[in-house]
Design a protein around this ligand. Structure first.
Ligand code: ZN
Length: 243
């Protein structure tokens, strides 16, 4: 049975009761699987959550999280006492709030950066986001040149969007309805029956299964740290001075 992804419902949720369904080992180490999880598994250019699992008389650290064939694997570096007695038991999941918030900021910022670049370069298309703090960037295609003032223009565009502090909403639709509404956006990576869409204020919606803020203000100040144009591919690196 696949893991119910409760983290999709609310970025601010930090704990969850869940039933332990498996304790196994693969080439990354020993992991626990549950019927549901609040831990974000690595994917979509966003790092995984860390935290711990609370069960009677034990606290098990979670040091890495992955999703494989619909099952979220919560890896632990610590020993697990009497694992054979834990299957079917209820546990409480706790995620690291600081790391979750920072990851949500950097991932949300990648979406915002895409919208900001589209203002300056209307014909570009975002193709890849890597929202790891310290090494974050978004790549675009369809860029022939960028103006000399690109960095300043982009930073002021982003500052204005953050200052307006719009709400960020999550909705669901079908691939067909999304294609009809946004014919210029690619659908290829999204093969499921329902599409989860994130929308920042009145910007166009984007299909995404990541973790997002509810408003833009916590992004603080967004810095463009590097731009690199190679052929028609533009890579824009960024950092945040969050608050
Ligand atoms: Zn997203």
């Amino acid at each position: 049975m696949t893991t119910a992804l409760i983290y999709l419902q609310d970025t601010d949720r930090l704990t969850l009761s869940a039933t332990i369904q498996a304790i196994e080992t693969d080439d990354k180490g020993t992991y626990l699987a549950f019927n549901q999880t609040v831990f974000y598994p690595q994917g979509g250019g966003q790092p995984y959550d860390t935290g711990y699992i609370e069960i009677p008389n034990q606290s098990i650290p979670v040091t890495a999280v992955r999703i494989i064939e619909g099952i979220v694997r919560h890896y632990t570096s610590g020993p697990i006492a009497t694992p054979e007695n834990l299957i079917g038991q209820l546990a409480t999941q706790h995620i690291d709030a600081t790391r979750r918030h920072l990851n949500a900021c950097y991932h949300t910022a990648a979406h915002l950066l895409s919208h900001g670049v589209e203002v300056i370069l209307p014909h570009c298309l975002a193709t890849k986001g890597h929202a790891f703090p310290g090494e974050a960037y978004v790549e675009f295609t369809g860029v022939s040149s960028i103006p000399d003032s690109f960095k300043l223009l982009l930073e002021s565009t982003l500052s204005a969007k953050i200052a307006a502090n719009p709400s960020i909403t999550i909705t669901e639709t079908t691939p067909e309805a999304f294609k009809a509404a946004c014919p210029s956006l690619p659908l290829a990576p999204f093969q499921t029956a329902t599409l989860r869409l994130i929308q920042i204020g009145s910007e166009h919606p984007i299909p995404c299964g990541g973790i997002h803020l509810k408003h833009l203000a916590p992004l603080g100040h967004m810095l463009i740290t590097k731009t690199k144009l190679k052929g028609d591919q533009l890579k824009v690196s960024y950092a945040l001075e969050t608050h």
